[in-house]
Unconditional design. Structure first.
Length: 238
């Protein structure tokens, strides 16, 4: 098993999570409750956020043993093991059973590679046929606030509509263009992405795609709804 590696994407995720946590500190109550994370990877992206925000505690889960090993080493090296903890296992099996005080915010750069099946370069990154299976599962998991990466080729229209049906608004987001990385340029994946986009299930350019890290909330303390702007930033026609 390998460890997820995509420097631009991880940097975008970490920077955006930091910005959104800082901007919505009071509304998200993270200084009191901490946050949970689906998918640690090597932990470097969020380790920098934990260093930058001294009141932040993150409890993270990853199904990849090599990722958890790398993450624990990186967290130790930064001296933040008391505030950034990592468990090996499926987020959806473990987060509920973890006990402790309720946490209302989950953060994630979830697996979002769309493909006909799990037989891809890094199977842990498979997001189902449309790429948004884990994102939809996360929105149904009962958290009031979901800060997550949404990719333009992973059926974002369904994601945003499902979020609205579940009572979430898009409070804010940060969008960035990314070049195709090793996982999305695998021929089987690239062909599948082309088909999805042709069917109106997303957008991708010749060389890259868009990823937005968005704050979805059901908390009335954080008003507004930028769902349409999010879809436009992801190049989706409304
Ligand atoms: C796109 S990577 C993001 C890693 C890291 N957060 C980053 O941005 O650099 C997604 C991670 O989610 C993990 N993952 C996949 N399914 C999971 C699940 N059900 N529970 C926990 N982690 C999962 C994968 O092993 C992978 O490390």
């Amino acid at each position: 098993m390998s460890c997820f590696s995509s420097a631009d994407e991880s940097a975008h995720y970490g920077f955006s999570v930091c910005m959104l946590l800082e901007q919505y500190r009071t509304e998200l109550r993270w200084a009191e409750e901490g946050v949970v994370e689906l998918g640690t990877g090597d932990a470097t992206a969020i380790a920098d956020v934990v260093v930058a925000l001294p009141g932040l505690r993150v409890h993270s889960f990853d199904i990849s043993p090599s990722s958890v090993a790398a993450a624990q080493a990186n967290i130790e090296a930064r001296g933040i093991a008391d505030r950034y903890t990592v468990e090996l296992g499926d987020f959806f099996d473990q987060a509920d059973a973890a006990g402790g005080p309720p946490v209302s915010t989950v953060i994630s750069n979830p697996p979002y590679i769309p493909a006909p099946d799990r037989d891809i370069l890094m199977p842990e990154l498979w997001g189902g046929v449309y790429g948004n299976d884990l994102m939809l599962q996360l929105l149904k998991a009962g958290y009031d606030n979901v800060i997550a990466a949404v990719a333009s080729y992973s059926d974002p229209l369904t994601t945003v509509r499902t979020a609205a049906d579940l009572g979430y608004r898009v409070v804010n987001f940060l969008a960035m263009g990314l070049d195709y990385g090793p996982y999305s340029s695998e021929p089987k994946v690239r062909d599948h992405i082309r088909r999805l986009c042709a069917d109106g299930r997303g957008w991708a350019g010749d060389d890259g795609y868009m990823v937005a890290v968005a704050l979805f909330t059901r908390n009335s303390d954080a008003p507004g709804d930028r769902a349409d702007q999010l879809l436009r930033a992801l190049q989706l026609p409304l």
